[in-house]
Design a protein around this ligand. Structure first.
Ligand code: ZN
Length: 313
C-alpha cells in the first residue's frame, strides 16, 4: 500500500489574502485566496492524486472504485471529511451550519457540517466569534430580528495553538488576520446570519436569516469547549489529542526526530503544518496533505515537523 498525496484545490474569496503563498508556498490564483482544500472529495473541490500509481484520479474516484483504501466507513455514499487551510485577511460573515438532519431535508440530501479549527497563526489582538449571548431560542430570534448584533455576538480572544469545535447550530466567524486548519464534514452548506452590513459590488451579500434562526442552538454553552491533552511525549516528539466527536477524531503530532505510528483500520488524513522531513522515505514539507490508507501498518515520520491528522467517526 502507498500513501496518497493530493493536489490542493484553491478558493478565491472576498475575504482571502496571500498567506497561502507567503507561508505555505502554494501556487495560489490571486492575492485574495481564502481557502486551500487540502483533502477533499466534495463536488465543489475534488482533489486529484498528485503522484504514485493512482496519480491523476480524483479522490471521489478512489472513494467509489477503491473501497479497500478506506476501511469501515467506505460504505458511506460520500467521502466523509474535508480538510482546509483558511487565510482570512478580512472578517468572514457571522454564520452557522445545519446538522445532517436539517441539511438532508432542506439542502437536497447534503451532509450537515460539524467542523473544528486549529489556529496556525493570528495577528496580536485578534478575536474570534464563537456562540452568542441569547438565553433561549426566543431571545435569539428577537436579537437577530432586531439586529442587536453587539449584544448577541460572543467574541473571544484567540492565539496561535488554540483549538475550537464548531457544532452544527453554533454561531461562528473568523476575523481578519487568522490562519487556521479546519477539519470538517464534507459539506459546503453555510447560513450567513450577519455580514457587518458590508457591500460587495455595491450590494449586501445574501443572508440566510430564516435558516439561521431555524438551526442556531440557544443558549450557547461556553463550557463545552474541547480541552486538548498531550497523550504521548518523549524526546522523539509529542502527540496531542484535540477532539473526538461524533464525526471525526483529530490529533496533532510534533516530531523532533522520528515518530512511528500505526493508524489502525481507518483511513487517516494528514496535513503537514510546519517543518520538513520524510514519511516512509518520501520527502515531505509543510503544506503537503496525504491520506494513509486503512490498514497501512506502521508509518514512520522523520525530521522536525508538525502535522494534524484526522479519522472519520
Ligand atoms: Zn463554518
Amino acid at each position: 500500500m502507498e500513501l496518497i498525496f493530493l493536489e490542493p484545490v484553491f478558493k478565491e474569496t472576498v475575504w482571502g489574502g496571500n498567506k497561502l503563498r507567503e507561508v505555505f508556498g502554494y501556487d495560489i490564483p490571486s492575492d485574495h485566496t481564502g481557502e486551500c482544500w487540502g483533502i477533499s472529495a466534495h463536488k465543489n473541490g475534488d482533489c486529484l492524486v498528485a503522484s504514485g500509481t493512482l496519480a491523476g484520479q480524483h479522490l471521489s474516484d478512489l472513494w467509489r472504485e477503491h473501497k479497500e483504501l478506506f476501511g469501515p466507513t467506505a460504505d458511506r455514499a460520500e467521502f466523509p471529511l474535508l480538510v482546509k487551510i483558511i487565510d482570512a485577511k478580512a472578517d468572514l460573515s457571522i454564520q452557522v451550519h445545519p446538522d445532517d438532519a436539517y441539511a438532508a431535508v432542506h439542502e437536497n440530501g447534503s451532509l450537515g457540517k460539524m467542523e473544528c479549527w486549529y489556529i496556525l497563526d493570528c495577528e496580536p489582538g485578534t478575536t474570534i466569534v464563537i456562540g452568542h449571548h441569547a438565553k433561549d431560542a426566543q431571545e435569539m430570534r428577537r436579537m437577530i430580528q432586531e439586529k442587536q448584533w453587539s449584544r448577541f455576538i460572543r467574541e473571544v480572544p484567540v492565539k496561535k495553538g488554540d483549538f475550537f469545535q464548531i457544532d452544527p447550530g453554533c454561531v461562528h466567524a473568523i476575523k481578519g488576520g487568522t490562519l487556521l486548519l479546519e477539519t470538517q464534514q464534507s459539506s459546503d452548506i453555510t447560513y450567513r446570519v450577519y455580514d457587518y452590513d458590508r457591500l460587495s459590488d455595491g450590494k449586501p451579500r445574501q443572508l440566510h436569516v430564516k435558516q439561521s434562526m431555524d438551526v442556531i442552538k440557544a443558549p450557547f454553552d461556553p463550557g463545552a469547549r474541547p480541552k486538548p491533552q498531550v497523550v504521548k511525549e518523549g524526546p522523539e516528539g509529542s502527540k496531542t489529542h484535540l477532539i473526538t466527536c461524533s464525526r471525526y477524531a483529530c490529533f496533532k503530532v510534533d516530531v523532533n526526530t522520528c515518530w512511528e505510528e500505526d493508524f489502525g483500520g481507518d483511513f487517516t488524513n494528514v496535513s503537514i503544518l510546519e517543518g520538513e522531513g520524510r514519511v516512509d522515505g518520501i520527502s515531505v514539507k509543510m503544506g503537503q496533505h496525504f491520506i494513509i490508507p486503512a490498514g497501512y501498518g506502521t508509518c514512520q515520520f522523520e525530521g522536525k515537523l508538525s502535522f494534524i491528522f484526522s479519522q472519520p467517526r
